[in-house]
Structures are given as C-alpha cells and as structure tokens.
Design a protein around this ligand. Structure first.
Ligand code: PEP
Ligand code: MN
Length: 364
C-alpha cells in the first residue's frame, strides 16, 4: 500500500521548526475564569506553544457536561489576545469546523471517537476544502493503523498540508495500568510508513492518571516523537471532565523541566566524527564479507577434494579443533565466547550445507 501524503515539512510551518512541540490546556473549556487562569499559568512557563481546550465533549453517557460550545470559542479568542499561545480545538462535525473558523481557532484536531468513523471523517474533510489550517488526527480508539492512516489521507486529500498525528493510546487491554494502552509499535510503524508525518503524543489520555504522565512523556521523546499534548487545569480537583489525569500548572512546569530532550542529530563536529567512524565500519564490513567469500571458496574446494577421495563431509576432530582454537583466539582479542561459538556454528553449518550440495551435484 502506498502511503504518500502531500504534507508541508514541520519546519516550514510549526514552532519555527523547534521540536518537541508542547501543547497543553484543560480537557474542557469550563468558564472564562478557568480558561484564562489556566492559559496564563501555562503561558508563563514559556515552553508551551499551543493551548488546547475541548469545546464540544464526546461523553460516554448522556446528561454529563458536554462542553460550553460557541461561548467557549470567545474565551479562546481572549487567550489569543492576552497570551502568546495559539489555540487548538477538537472538531467532530462540519458545524464545529465552521464555528472554529468563524472564531479564528488556530489548529483543529479530530478525536479518537470520530476517527473510528470514516463517514464523519469524510464529512469533516469535505468541510475543510479550501481552508488553510493545521489539523491533527488522533488515533482511533481501536488499534487499527489502517483506519488511522485512512483518516489522515481523507484530511490530506481535502487539501490540508499542515498535518500531524496524535497518539493517545488504544482501548485494548482493560487490565493494564493505563487508561488507553500505549502500544508503541503502532506509532512507530506509522513513523516508518510515513516518516515525514509529525506525531504528537498525548500522555494524558494514555495514562488516565497524573502519576503516569511523566514516564510516558519521556518515553515519547526517547522514541523520537515530535511533541506532547498534556492536559492541564488550574484546579483539576474540580474539573468537569478527566479530573484524574489533568495536571496542576506547577506539575506541568516540573514535568517540562525534568524532561530530557535527546537529539536525533548532533552538531557538525559530532556528525563529522560519526560519519568517520561509520565509514570505518563500512570498510571493515567489506573486509568481513570478502573474507567470508574467500573462506567459502576454499570450503568448496575442500568439498570437491573430499568427494573425489570418498571422504565423509563432517570431520568431528577438525570441527572440535576449530572451535577450541578460534574461541581461544577471539577471547584473547576481546570477543565474547558465546558470540564466537554462535558465529562459528553458523559458519560451520553453511560450510556443511555447501559441501553437501557439491556431493549431490557430483552424484547426479
Ligand atoms: C480530549 O482530548 O479531551 C479527548 C476527548 O481525547 P480523545 O479523543 O483522545 O479521547
Ligand atoms: Mn480529556
């Protein structure tokens, strides 16, 4: 399957190319006071670039808080005016898209419950035709990579080139410590299939509880993911949604300060030295392959010679001597005995197989 997406490189449109990108904000926009207090506390930290807030909340059962709707979008406008933060909102229908555009929301995302339904995703995609806005696509609730990619393709085919994926875990292993099992192999496979697509990790919805969020965040960065979306609330104790997983602003500060951002690529000197060492490895591997090739030529010659003189292929004494001598020599040169044993067994197996083939050919 071809997964070519026509997307703009991250560096050209997002955060001056600076990675990781940090997105944070409450699960839901609840009141003007809650939104502004949270946004200002996050903005002060200086590391977060985008303020997230749910305006329409997908709830499992009716009669729960379902978000503030249009009113909340006005609060987000105030966030844009009074802080340095951009804003991001979940959209689940063309009507949501229309309202977000009307109030100038900076980024949109599709939630996990929406992405499971290609009809909904297509409707949202259709409503985005001709609009230039960054869109993030969360993984579907179930661990189905094709469905996730399909949603990304639908949004991309509508002309959205500022595109990112959000990994928020999968509803899979009910007895895991996580609310949604991370199943890292899926985002890793997504990266392998579409390397140019940035992936943001949402540790809050993976964790389901505050205590696990740091470890998931660090793991995400260690796996070379491109950013984090973390739920933060001015007072999570009274949050109307996802109370157990939202951080207090000072917990977010502690987390961001503690995170170790490792580099994919080093500076020029590092890169230069690395290239030098790698080219040395390339040369040594070439010698290794050349030596093996020559060795097997001699093995073949011995095979013919043994056949002509009617001698059996396997010679126990010779094999025992080889093992003993080579392991001793290798160990003296710093190689591990177990590794040497495995390598010699592999070479010996191949030698026997080649000579066996020679015997069969001669008999034909
Ligand atoms: C959210 O981001 O608050 C949300 C509803 O997340 P998800 O779609 O990942 O469940
Ligand atoms: Mn939430």
């Amino acid at each position: 399957m071809n997964h070519q997406l026509n997307i703009l490189p991250f560096e050209q449109w997002c955060n001056n190319g600076q990675q990781p990108l940090f997105i944070s904000g409450p699960c839901s926009a609840e009141s003007l006071e809650q939104v502004m207090a949270t946004a200002k506390a996050i903005d002060t930290l200086g590391k977060v670039k985008v303020f997230r807030a749910g305006i329409w909340k997908p709830r499992t059962r009716p009669n729960a808080f379902e978000g503030q709707g249009e009113e909340g979008l006005k609060w987000l406008q105030q966030v844009q005016q009074e802080t340095s933060l951009k804003t991001a909102v979940e959209v689940a229908s063309p009507a949501h898209v229309e309202l977000c555009l009307k109030y100038g929301v900076d980024m949109l995302w599709l939630g996990a419950r929406t992405v499971v339904n290609p009809f909904s995703v297509q409707e949202i995609a259709d409503s985005l035709v001709g609009v230039d806005i960054p869109v993030m696509v969360k993984n579907p609730i179930n661990p189905d990579l094709a469905l996730w990619i399909g949603a990304l393709e639908r949004i991309n085919q509508a002309g959205i080139t500022k595109l990112m994926a959000i990994h928020r875990g999968f509803d899979f292993l009910k007895r895991s410590p996580f609310r949604n099992a991370p199943m890292w192999e899926l985002p890793i496979e997504l990266k392998r299939l579409i390397p140019e697509l940035p992936i943001i990790v949402d540790p809050s919805h993976i964790a389901g509880k505050r205590e696990l969020i740091f470890d998931i965040s660090q793991k995400a960065l260690d796996l070379d993911m491109n950013g984090l979306m973390i739920e933060t609330h001015i007072n999570p104790m009274v949050a109307l949604t996802d109370a157990a997983q939202q951080l207090f602003p000072d917990m977010l500060k502690e987390l961001l300060d503690k995170l170790v951002v490792r580099r994919q690529r080093g500076n020029y000197d590092f890169q230069h030295k690395l290239e030098e060492l790698r080219s040395e490895i390339d040369k040594l591997d070439a010698v290794l392959i050349d030596t093996l090739s020559q060795r097997f030529k001699v093995v073949d010659e011995i095979g013919h010679y043994k056949y002509e003189n009617n001698i059996s292929i396997f010679q126990l004494k010779r094999w025992s001597n080889i093992l003993h001598d080579r392991v001793e020599q290798g160990e003296a040169q710093g190689l591990d005995a177990d590794f040497l044993l495995k390598m010699l067994q592999l070479v010996h197996k191949e030698s026997i197989a080649r000579q066996d083939k020679i015997y069969h050919k001669e008999e034909e």
